[in-house]
Structure formats: C-alpha cells, structure tokens
Design a protein around this ligand. Structure first.
Ligand SMILES: *[C@@H]1O[C@H](CO)[C@@H](O)[C@H](O)[C@H]1NC(C)=O
Ligand SMILES: *[C@@H]1O[C@H](CO)[C@@H](O)[C@H](O)[C@H]1NC(C)=O
Ligand SMILES: *[C@@H]1O[C@H](CO)[C@@H](O)[C@H](O)[C@H]1NC(C)=O
Ligand SMILES: *[C@@H]1O[C@H](CO)[C@@H](O)[C@H](O)[C@H]1NC(C)=O
Ligand SMILES: *[C@@H]1O[C@H](CO)[C@@H](O)[C@H](O)[C@H]1NC(C)=O
Ligand SMILES: *[C@@H]1O[C@H](CO)[C@@H](O)[C@H](O)[C@H]1NC(C)=O
Ligand SMILES: *[C@@H]1O[C@H](CO)[C@@H](O)[C@H](O)[C@H]1NC(C)=O
Ligand SMILES: *[C@@H]1O[C@H](CO)[C@@H](O)[C@H](O)[C@H]1NC(C)=O
Ligand SMILES: *[C@@H]1O[C@H](CO)[C@@H](O)[C@H](O)[C@H]1NC(C)=O
Ligand SMILES: *[C@@H]1O[C@H](CO)[C@@H](O)[C@H](O)[C@H]1NC(C)=O
Length: 644
C-alpha cells in the first residue's frame, strides 16, 4: 500500500516538473524486503556500502543493478575486493547470509566473493527461486553446510564459484544438469565423496577446479566427454584408480587417420588431437592415483601444464608425449614410473620445466633432451639413472639454469663442463652422489648462482676464495663432505645492492672445517636465517658480531671445539627458535639476556664448561635437564638449586 502510494506521488512530482532527471522510482517490495534482510544479517560492513542502502529506490543502491523494464533487481555486486582509484583493497562483511535473498527472483548475478566474515549456508531453496541466475560468486567466504541438491535447477547458471569456504558434504549429482555451466570452482573446501559421473553432461565446461578437498573414488570416465575443458584441477584430494582412458579418446574424425607407426624418436603425425583437444592444464598431483599414463596421452595436444606428482602411477612414459608441442611444464615426481625416458621427449620444444624426481626411471638419458632449447629446470633426482657422469650435452642447452641431479650415481670430479653452460647456472643440486674431488674454484664465477647443494658427497678441499664473488647466493648446502680449512669465504661474500641475493640458508655441518668462526656476522651476511656448523672441528671464540644476525631462527654450532664465554650480544637474536651449542668448550655463565629469546623452542647447552645459575624465567626453565647437563657447574631450575 505504502509502496503504491509512493510510486503514485513520485509520478505526480515527475509529471508536475516535467523533469525526468528527477526520476524517483521504487523497486519491487519483495526485492526491498530481501535486500533489507540481507543488510540486517550483516553486523559489520567495513566498506560502508550497506549503510547507504536507504529509501525505496534500491536500484540506485551501491552494488545493486536492476533491469530497466521491470525494475527488478538483476545483480548484487558486493565483492570483498574493491578497486578505488586504481588500487585494490579488501573490505570485510561479517554476518550471516540471509536466506531471504531468494526473494530476488530476477537475480542473474550474485557477487559476494572475498567477504571473509560472511557466514551461514547457501540458501536451501536457491534452485527453486533464483532460476535466472547466471553467475553465483560466493567464494572466499566463511560458508558452511553443503550444496543444496536443487542447485541443478539453476538452468541458466554459467559460473559457479564456491571456492575457499568451509563447505562440506558431497558434490550433488544434480550439478550435471547445469548444461550452460562454463566454470565450476569448488576448490579449497571440505567436500568429500565421489566426483559425480553426471559432470560428463557439462559440455560447455571450460574450467573444473576441485583441488584441496577430500574427494575419494575414481576420476569418472565421463570426464573425457568434456570437450570444451581447458583447466582440470583435482589435485590435493584422495582420488584413487587409474587415469581415465577417456582422457585420450580420439575424436571420430581423426579415427580416419589412425596410424600408429612410430619411427624411432619421431612421431609421424605430431598433432593428432583427441576429444579433449582444448585441455591445457591438467593438475592431478597429491592423490592416490595408480596405473599407467595412457599410451595416447599425446592426443591431449593443447596441454601446457601437467602435474601428476605424488601419486602411485607406474609404467614407462609413453612416447606419444612427444606430441605435446605446447607443453611447458611437466611434473611427474614422486611416483613409481620406470623404464627409459622416451627419445620423443626432445620434441616437446616448448618445455620449460621437467621434474621426474623420485621415481624408478633408468638410464641412459636420451641425448634428445638436449634439443629442449627452452628448458630452464631439469630435476632428475633420486631415480635409478646411475648416470656415472653428467652428460656433456647439458652444457649445450641454451636455457638450462636450474640443474637438479641429486642421487644420480655420478662420480669423479665436479665436471668443468658446468663452467661453460650457455645459460648461467642459478640452481645446482648435485647432492647425494659420489663426487670425490675438490670444489672447483670456477664455481665462484657462476655469478647468478642462487642455490648450491653439494651435500652428501666425498668432496675434500677448502671452500675456494672465489666464493666471495657469489653475490646472488642465498642457499648453500655443503653438509656431510670432507671439507677442511676455513669457513670464512662464506662470510666474505659481498652483497651487491639491496636487491642482490644474500645468504639465507647455510649448512656446512658434518665436515672437517677448523677455522673462520671469528667471521660470523662480521661481513655483510647478517640476514642469515639458518646456520648449521655442527659436527666440525671449529676452534676459537664467537665474535660479538654474532649479535648482528638478527633474522636467524636456527643456529647450530654443536659438536665443535668453540670456547670462551657466550657473548652477551646473543640476546639480540630474538628470532631464534633453535639454538644448539652442546658439546663445545663454552665457559662462564649463561648470559641473563638469554631470557629475551622468547621464541626459543629448542635449546641445548649440554656438555660445555658453563657454570653458575641458569637465568630464572621463561623460556630457560621450560627446557629439560638434558639441555644443561654435563657442564662444569650449572645450577638452578630445571637443574638442582644453587648452593649459597
Ligand atoms: C538501462 O538504462 C541505463 C540508463 O538509462 C542504460 O545506461 C543501460 O544501458 C540500460 N540497460 C539496458 C540493459 O538496457
Ligand atoms: C566463521 O564461521 C564460524 C561458525 O561457522 C564462526 O565461529 C567464525 O567466527 C566465523 N569466522 C569469521 C572470520 O567470521
Ligand atoms: C571413448 O572411446 C570408447 C571407445 O571408442 C567409447 O566406448 C567411450 O564411450 C569413449 N568415452 C568417452 C568418454 O567418450
Ligand atoms: C620436483 O618435485 C618435487 C616434489 O615432488 C619437489 O620437492 C622439488 O622441489 C621439485 N624440483 C624442482 C627443481 O622444483
Ligand atoms: C652403475 O653404473 C656403473 C658403471 O656403469 C656400474 O658399474 C654399476 O654397477 C651400476 N650400479 C647400479 C646400481 O646399477
Ligand atoms: C655442443 O654444441 C657445439 C656447437 O654447436 C657442438 O660442436 C658440440 O658437438 C655440442 N656438444 C654436444 C655434447 O652436443
Ligand atoms: C640438499 O640435498 C640434500 C640431499 O639431497 C637434501 O636432504 C637437502 O634438503 C638439500 N638442501 C637444501 C637446502 O635443499
Ligand atoms: C645440523 O647438522 C647436523 C649434522 O648434519 C644435524 O644432525 C642437525 O640436525 C642439524 N641441525 C639443525 C638445527 O638442523
Ligand atoms: C643489537 O640489536 C640492536 C637493535 O636491533 C642493534 O642496534 C645493535 O647494533 C645490535 N648489536 C649488535 C652487537 O649487533
Ligand atoms: C642435548 O645434547 C645432549 C648431548 O648431545 C644430548 O644427550 C641430549 O639428549 C640433548 N638434549 C635435548 C633435549 O635434545
């Protein structure tokens, strides 16, 4: 009644003034009612948008769009990320999503994404009332409950984005009735149960992303019917069974050209497409999938990124992978793959990243790998390759800069050919091999080196002085070798500018280093976060500069021959979580400032020559006795009280 009256008055005014710019319109009472109950459900709205929802012309309210003819609400656009003057910023809406929004029966778009405090459930009758809905964005909220079965009645739905909530239950079978669906994003929730076979009906689906849930069962064979699919992400679930053979079904047309004659290393028809010829991203990592990669995998001609890591897949890699001419990233680490790498791999000319680590793949490596002129990262670690030596052609690969050959059965000297790679080496992991020579001094010339891991070999030499040139070095792991001499070249590395790399992680433990302790913290390398010098024969005194390493969270100097008092400045190391100094010759008292090391979770001062009272208070009193035992004369909690 009020509403009709108001509309009438408004029309009178408009007519009287003959001015249409003064338009005062009111939207449908149902729409107002629905929007008001939505507003009432929200307690906090940091954006201030809802505060301005007053009057009856809801079409003018911020975030609301109406249809011109019917003046019914068509869109709610209140996303958590707002862009203002080119900047994006996040707002909060805390409260419950009102079930009354289903009264907005003309709605085509709901965008309430990224409102982290928005709680409640997906309205139970959504499918019965909002049949015009095309886009439903409720991602990044705090929604609980499950997806109502009647979601399948939203016949116009094109995008369903419910990712990053706390939704649970199984994915309703009825989703298979959403024939117009293009994007189905349910990732990062707590969905369980199986993937419904009915998804095979979604012939327009371009993106299907269910990663980070607890889905079980097989990947249904019907997936192979999704001919428009570009992105399939089922990673981080509990899926089992084989990769569906339907993934690689041939299209009816190409059956006519069916011809499986392969020449050694070459494939006659390099781009024969399968039915899923649009699939570009296939992410199935971190599941329990088993069986083989289908031999026709190469029919997935549009593949750009494939990750199958951490499953139970087995068998040899099919030579049809040579057909994947668009493939840039291929991750198959942590499976049970065996056999040889097919020669056809050399045809994947766009490949940038190849990670086959932790499988049972055998050598020899096909030289064809060397034709991968775009390959930047090659991780062959921990297979049954038994390479004996690093193949010479590695140095000829024009883009290769990250080389991971851990546990590859390589012996002898670190080969000089790594000195002359076309692309400067940035990451080099030769750990757990049988290298036994020296660390060549040309390593200091690898001026883009960011990570070097030579741990667990039999290398016996000094650290070359040339290391001081490694301006970009951030991660250095030389542990468990037979290295001798001084650790000082590490701390002499000159940082180049504020953006240059600087050492963050250093593990020199389990070697025979004897000198250089006076350098720690002295040079420019004081952003170190992790330093392990344990199990060496380091002698000398900790310098006061140790107090400059203010970012360090783990310091292990245990099992050395370090002496004298613990520097008082160690109280500066307030980021420390782990401090292991046991089995040295430290003397004097535990500095009272150790009470400032509030983040300490692990401490060991045992088997030194420390004496006096353990400073009283947290965190020191909370450690077990064994952290202080075997000293000259420590007393007080947790040890026995000091004698007066
Ligand atoms: C509705 O009207 C507005 C303002 O006159 C106009 O900008 C808009 O394009 C119209 N929309 C449709 C769908 O006709
Ligand atoms: C999310 O919802 C739960 C209840 O399901 C509530 O306890 C919690 O406070 C909500 N979190 C936020 C950020 O609003
Ligand atoms: C794949 O091809 C097989 C044999 O042609 C057929 O039986 C099956 O239905 C196809 N699967 C899909 C999902 O199209
Ligand atoms: C290869 O994959 C494994 C996990 O499966 C990962 O730990 C490793 O870092 C990857 N290698 C590179 C170079 O990224
Ligand atoms: C690895 O290769 C070397 C030389 O080719 C051979 O002597 C050795 O037996 C092989 N080791 C294994 C475990 O296959
Ligand atoms: C590396 O490339 C050079 C120049 O193209 C060529 O002469 C040499 O034979 C190549 N070496 C290997 C091992 O492929
Ligand atoms: C270096 O390699 C060893 C053995 O492969 C590994 O355990 C260690 O984590 C690696 N170090 C770093 C810093 O990645
Ligand atoms: C330091 O290295 C030793 C020997 O390699 C190892 O046992 C110890 O756990 C390491 N310490 C830390 C804190 O990682
Ligand atoms: C200890 O930390 C303070 C504040 O960060 C700093 O000014 C001082 O130089 C540090 N002391 C040493 C010895 O590095
Ligand atoms: C501290 O180190 C000693 C000597 O290595 C060891 O016996 C003891 O178990 C360690 N204590 C803790 C809590 O790690």
């Amino acid at each position: 009644m009020d509403y009709q009256l108001l509309k009438f008055v408004a029309m009178l005014i408009m007519t009287a003034f003959g001015d249409t710019s003064l338009t005062i319109e009111a939207c449908s009472p149902n729409d107002i009612k629905a929007l008001m109950s939505f507003k009432n459900g929200i307690q906090i709205d940091t954006s201030g948008r809802l505060k301005k929802w007053v009057g009856l012309n809801c079409c003018k309210w911020e975030g609301i769009v109406c249809k011109n003819l019917t003046i019914r609400v068509k869109e709610i656009n209140l996303p958590g990320f707002i862009s203002k003057d080119g900047d994006l910023f996040q707002t909060q809406m805390t409260g419950l999503i009102s079930p009354s929004i289903v009264l907005l029966t003309s709605l085509e778009v709901i965008d309430l994404g990224g409102l982290v405090g928005l709680s409640g459930i997906i309205p139970l009758t959504i499918g019965l009332h909002l049949t015009n809905l095309q886009k439903l964005y409720l991602y990044g909220n705090n929604l609980t409950g499950s997806i109502p079965e009647n979601i399948g009645d939203l016949q116009n739905l094109q995008e369903l984005a419910l990712q990053e909530n706390k939704l649970s239950g199984s994915i309703p079978l009825s989703i298979g009735r959403l024939k117009n669906l293009k994007r189905l994003l349910l990732y990062s929730n707590q969905f369980s149960g199986i993937i419904p076979y009915s998804l095979g009906n979604l012939r327009n689906l371009v993106e299907l992303d269910f990663h980070d849930n607890a889905l079980t069962g097989n990947i249904p064979d019907e997936i192979g019917k999704l001919q428009a699919l570009e992105n399939l992400d089922l990673s981080n679930n509990l899926l089992s069974g084989n990769l569906p053979s339907s993934l690689t079904n041939l299209t009816v047309i190409s059956v006519m050209y069916l011809d499986t004659n392969y020449l050694e290393g070459t494939i006659l028809f390099p781009s024969r497409p399968g039915e899923m010829s649009s699939l570009a991203f296939l992410r199935l990592h971190n599941n329990h999938l088993d069986g083989k990669i289908p031999s026709n995998f190469g029919y997935l001609v549009s593949l750009q990124r494939v990750s199958l890591s951490n499953n139970k897949l087995e068998g040899t890699l099919p030579s049809s992978i040579g057909n994947l001419i668009s493939l840039t990233e291929f991750y198959i680490s942590e499976n049970f793959f065996s056999g040889l790498i097919p020669k056809s791999i050399g045809q994947i000319s766009q490949l940038i990243m190849l990670n086959i680590s932790r499988n049972f793949i055998e050598g020899p490596l096909p030289q064809e790998i060397s034709s991968l002129q775009n390959l930047q990262t090659l991780d062959l670690s921990f297979n049954h390759l038994n390479l004996s030596y690093i193949p010479k052609w590695i140095a000829n690969m024009s883009s290769l800069s990250r080389i991971y050959f851990a546990g590859c059965g390589i012996h002898g000297q670190i080969p000089d050919l790594l000195q002359t790679t076309i692309s400067p080496i940035q990451e080099l992991d030769l750990s757990m091999n049988l290298f036994n020579g020296i660390i060549p001094s040309w390593i200091g010339n690898l001026n883009q080196l960011y990570m070097l891991n030579l741990s667990k070999n039999y290398i016996h030499s000094h650290i070359p002085h040339s290391f001081r040139n490694l301006h970009d070095l951030a991660i250095l792991d030389l542990h468990s070798n037979k290295l001798t001499g001084s650790i000082s070249p590490i701390f002499d590395i000159e940082q180049q500018g504020i953006f240059g790399g600087s050492l963050r992680f250093v593990d020199l433990s389990d070697n025979k280093f004897s000198s250089g302790i006076e350098k720690i913290g002295v040079g420019e390398q004081c952003d170190i976060q992790f330093l392990n010098l344990s199990h060496n024969i380091l002698k000398g005194v900790l310098p006061n500069a140790v107090g400059r390493m203010s970012s360090i969270y783990s310091l292990d100097l245990s099992f050395n021959e370090l002496g004298a008092n613990l520097p008082k400045v160690m109280e500066n190391l307030t980021s420390l979580e782990t401090l292991k100094l046991q089995e040295n010759d430290f003397t004097g008292k535990i500095p009272i400032g150790f009470l400032k090391l509030m983040k300490l979770k692990e401490l060991n001062l045992s088997y030194n020559l420390l004496e006096g009272e353990i400073p009283k208070g947290k965190p020191l009193i909370d450690f077990p006795k064994s952290c202080y035992s075997g000293n000259k004369g420590l007393c007080g909690k947790p040890l026995s009280p000091c004698k007066l």
